[in-house]
Every structure is written in structure tokens, then in C-alpha cells.
Write a protein that binds this ligand. Structure first.
Ligand SMILES: NC(=O)C1=CN([C@@H]2O[C@H](COP(=O)(O)OP(=O)(O)OC[C@H]3O[C@@H](n4cnc5c(N)ncnc54)[C@H](OP(=O)(O)O)[C@@H]3O)[C@@H](O)[C@H]2O)C=CC1
Ligand SMILES: N[C@@H](CC=O)C(=O)O
Length: 349
């Protein structure tokens, strides 16, 4: 049995809870993943803990109908109001789902949440980019030392396996360059502008669809893509780069006129992140680039993302799929949970 505590319970957390509810039987019978949600702790939506397991349907009903999980029915063993640290340290959860806001300056409080979990020997799955972009080396060593699992597939390209796919299936190659559209919100805005819609309307729609960060400045100024470039550099290229050292320009000054001028020249603007290895040195950048309309990356539209790995043996390999979205990102946590279960079964953790 895997006892789960959610730290943060916004769109992505609720999406995973719904998947666990809907696929319960399949997850148990096909993957041996018996997941029980024992706790939720969210900044404004309250906290509830029941060591023997919460009823997910009633939990989702409470948060969706009243905005607060503390309206979950009282009963024997039900405790309310524990903060996120108390939930991590004092609950009987052995798996922490860390889905609080990504903070692009400090990575907090998510870094402290991961540290506290690993120090207690508890595992973490997260879609929060802060801990991976800013503290990958420290946290991965701490997790290993304490026999804990750390999954973060959804930090780059949501449920599209941009991290696990190259590690598992491109091993043996040297990856010389990684280039891609790594932010769903900005790609959605650019393609809406290509249809004649305004920047402001498109951004508003991206917020409503759950693509944008809590503070969408992080999307439109390129900071979110910069974090993802830092993750790719540290995790896939083996060279940590501080995200502050990655030159970054976003799309906030993009006008309809610029988008239309590009279309008239058979070109399209795309916000590209690039990580390159040259003579053993890894560099990264994020900026809008003008691409010919027949460039495969120009054909990527909406919140879809794409990533191109330049491999020395296998050649260029491109992966495309959702870069944002609640169900898709909920799925990225599920695949980490399934991986955790597989490793547990093989007694690796
Ligand atoms: N949405 C997407 O498509 C994707 C999101 N991500 C990442 O996944 C994470 C979750 O995203 P999403 O669910 O969309 O974001 P939301 O803004 O919907 O949810 C985040 C939740 O975390 C809560 N929270 C913030 N700080 C704390 C804290 N210190 N303790 C407890 N709870 C806290 C917020 O509380 P409240 O609002 O109640 O104040 C909110 O409910 C983010 O880090 C995001 O960058 C990654 C890939 C794709
Ligand atoms: N806000 C991000 C969500 C996923 O990381 C995006 O738009 O890509």
C-alpha cells in the first residue's frame, strides 16, 4: 500500500486524485499500485488527514463545491488544519505529492518540502520545477542516502516523457543539443495570435484552461522555459547550469503586427529553449525565434510542446505532446507513481 499526502491541491493535484479514483481497480490489477490518499495540505484550501485513508470522492466534492477540503466530513481519526511541514513530517504518508506553485526565484517552499520528506525517508513525486532546476544535485543525493524515490517527469513537458524517454531509450548516445518548445502557454498564445486573436485574450484563455503558472509572468517572460532548460542541462546533459545564467527573452512584447509580418514571409515565431554541448561546455538560452513554416517546430501549435534531441548515434529524434494541462500533468505524476511501484517491487527502494 502506498500512502499519499498531497502538498498543494490545485488543478494538478486534483487531477491526479481524480485519476487515482477512476483507475483504482486497473492500477491495482495491472501495476500493483494500491494508492491511498491519507492527507491533503494546501495554503488556502485547508488541510485534512485520516491515517486510514480519505474518501477521494468526498475530498474532491469538498474542494470543488466549497473551495476548502476542511469541509470533508468529520469522523473518527479525521484531523484538520495541519500545515504542509506537519503533514510531511507527522502524517503516516510514505509518498508526498508536491504540487505547490513553482517559485522561479527561490524554488521555495518546495525545496524545503522535498528535503523534509527525504530526511524522513519518504518519497516524493512532483511537477514543481523549482527543486529540480535549483537543487537537483543536493536533493537527489539526499533521496538516495535515505532510500527514498524522487520522480519529476512532469517538470518538463507535462505528461510527455521528455525526461524518462531519453534516459531509458537514448542511452549510449551522446546528446549534443536539445532544442524545443517547452512552454505550453506561450505556444498557445503565439498560435492564437496567428489566428488573429489578441495577446491579452489568448493569455486569459490559457489561464482559464489551466496552462499558465499561478503568476503567468513566468510563462510569458520565458522564466518557465528557462527552468526547464536548466533541468535538461543538469539531468540529461550532466551539467548543472544556474537558471540565472541562462539568457532569457520571452514573448511579452510580441505584437499582432510582428506575427502577421512573419506569416507573410512564410515564417512563424516560436519561443525556443536550447541546450548545447560544445567542446565539453554546456550552454543554454531561451528566446523567440523566426522559423520557416515548414520547420517541424513551426508546425507545433496550441499548448503542444516539442523537443528535439540531437544524438551522435541515433541522429535527430523529436518528441511531441502536451506541454501543459491538468489531466496530462496529473498523468505525469501517475507514471512516476507507477515507476515507484515497479522499483519497490524490484526491491530497489
Ligand atoms: N498546470 C500545468 O499544466 C502544469 C503545472 N506544473 C507545475 O505543477 C505545479 C502545480 O500546478 P497547478 O496545480 O496548475 O497550480 P495551482 O496554482 O492550481 O495549484 C497550486 C496549489 O498549491 C498551493 N500552495 C502554494 N503554496 C503552498 C504551500 N506553501 N503549502 C501548501 N499549498 C501551497 C496553492 O494554494 P492556494 O491556491 O489555495 O493558495 C494551490 O492550491 C506548479 O508547480 C506548476 O508549475 C507543471 C507542468 C504543467
Ligand atoms: N505553465 C507551464 C505549465 C507546465 O510547465 C506551461 O505553460 O508550459
Amino acid at each position: 500500500m502506498t500512502k499519499i499526502a498531497f502538498v498543494g491541491f490545485g488543478g494538478v493535484g486534483q487531477a491526479l486524485a481524480e485519476i487515482l479514483l477512476e483507475r483504482k481497480v486497473h492500477l491495482e490489477s495491472s501495476y500493483g499500485l494500491e494508492a491511498e490518499v491519507v492527507a491533503v495540505s494546501d495554503m488556502m484550501k485547508g488541510a485534512v488527514y485520516q491515517p486510514d485513508g480519505l474518501d477521494i470522492e468526498q475530498l474532491l466534492e469538498a474542494v470543488r463545491e466549497t473551495g476548502n477540503v476542511e469541509n470533508y466530513p468529520d469522523g473518527p481519526g479525521v484531523t484538520k488544519g495541519l500545515d504542509s511541514m506537519a503533514t510531511i513530517q507527522q502524517s503516516n504518508a510514505d509518498m508526498i505529492v508536491e504540487v505547490t506553485f513553482t517559485d522561479v526565484e527561490t524554488g521555495q517552499p518546495a525545496i524545503d518540502h522535498c528535503r523534509a520528506a527525504f530526511e524522513k525517508g519518504k518519497s516524493v513525486v512532483t511537477t514543481n520545477k523549482g527543486p529540480v532546476a535549483l537543487a537537483y544535485e543536493e536533493l537527489s543525493k539526499l533521496a538516495e542516502k535515505n532510500g527514498a524515490y524522487w520522480g519529476f517527469e512532469g517538470t518538463v513537458m507535462s505528461g510527455t516523457p521528455a525526461l524518462r524517454m531519453p534516459v531509458a531509450t537514448l542511452a549510449g548516445n551522446e546528446i549534443k543539443e536539445i532544442k524545443g518548445i517547452l512552454n505550453g502557454t506561450t505556444n498557445y498564445i503565439l498560435t492564437e495570435m496567428e489566428k488573429g486573436n489578441s495577446y491579452e485574450t489568448a493569455l486569459q484563455k490559457a489561464k482559464e484552461l489551466g496552462y499558465a503558472e499561478a503568476d503567468p509572468t513566468n510563462d510569458v517572460e520565458g522564466y518557465d522555459a528557462r527552468y526547464k532548460a536548466a533541468i535538461l542541462s543538469g539531468y540529461l546533459m550532466g551539467t548543472p547550469i544556474s537558471s540565472k545564467d541562462i539568457p532569457c527573452k520571452g514573448i511579452s512584447d510580441m505584437t499582432l503586427e510582428m506575427v502577421n509580418d512573419a506569416l507573410e514571409q512564410n515564417k512563424k515565431w516560436r519561443l525556443l529553449a536550447q541546450v548545447k554541448k560544445e567542446n565539453g561546455t554546456v550552454t543554454a538560452s531561451v528566446e523567440p525565434q523566426l522559423l520557416d513554416t515548414d520547420d517541424p517546430l513551426a508546425g507545433v501549435t496550441g499548448a503542444t510542446n516539442a523537443i528535439l534531441y540531437e544524438c551522435d548515434l541515433a541522429g535527430p529524434i523529436m518528441l511531441t505532446g502536451a506541454g501543459a494541462g491538468l489531466k496530462e500533468t496529473g498523468f505525469s505524476l501517475l507514471i512516476d507513481l507507477i515507476d515507484y511501484q515497479r522499483q519497490k517491487t524490484m526491491e530497489k527502494i
